[in-house]
Design a protein around this ligand. Sequence first.
Ligand code: ZN
Length: 301
Amino acid sequence: MSVRELVVLGTASQVPTRHRNHNGYLLRWDGEGILFDPGEGTQRQMLRAGAAAHDLNRICVTHFHGDHSLGLAGVIQRINLDKVPHRITAHYPRSGQRFFDRLRYATAYRETVSLTEAPVDADGTLATTEAYTLQARRLSHPVESFGYRLVEPDGRRMLPDRLAAHGIKGPDVSRIQREGSLNGVTLEAVSEVRRGQRFAFVMDTRLCEGVHALAEGCDLLVIESTFLDGDERLAEEYGHLTAGQAARVARDAGVRHLVLTHFSQRYTDPEEFERQARAAGFEGELTVASDLLRVALPKRR
Ligand SMILES: [Zn+2]
């Protein structure tokens, strides 16, 4: 059974607190691991969460503020120390190439792994695999920031009653799936579209077109809500979202499970984020993230 889950490594914006590490999120998607925004301390948080350097296939950085990228130095050195045998690809805003270079070569170490640099400079598709298409969309923040979105291709769900009605069974089921028709019966006649799952990672940004585009129809949306609604002016000024804004985006986009994170250290009561998200009319599953939490992708509809 393939695993699709989010492993939350850290949830603090700007500075870590006694209870929250800097950001860090590992998405397990079938056999792959995608690490988003490794802030300071990510290497150790991975250890605590039971994730190894070998689990990583991609690293996606939204922007080069420290809470989203200071962990790159440690994680990249660990990938090399552990001599990870498979290819690892890093995506990050091309405008921050000099920051990536510095973090990648922050100190001396023996480089054993060829990390592929795949910087992002425009909206669009970054990679296509059998399991997903990875897309980027520009966000709105004082430094250039891109959000990421994974879209699984649509598949087809076989309908047992239709198969039975056409007398298709046993090995013929995989044959019609493979070949598209069998003895004049089309695949469409015995199956329906099974929509691919969608995941998005939106951080750091004020409200903009990219936020809505990334969130559209997501099964699981991880989105920053740095501020509570009372501090909406600060959010706008510093290029962030409030709990209510993030929840309204999710509501309008038909998100099934909303994960709020990247909290300012000024707040002490996480439940207030939940109350404001509900007050904003979001009715799906809601998680106010805490470190080392695991969130499964919602079951297929
Ligand atoms: Zn941040």
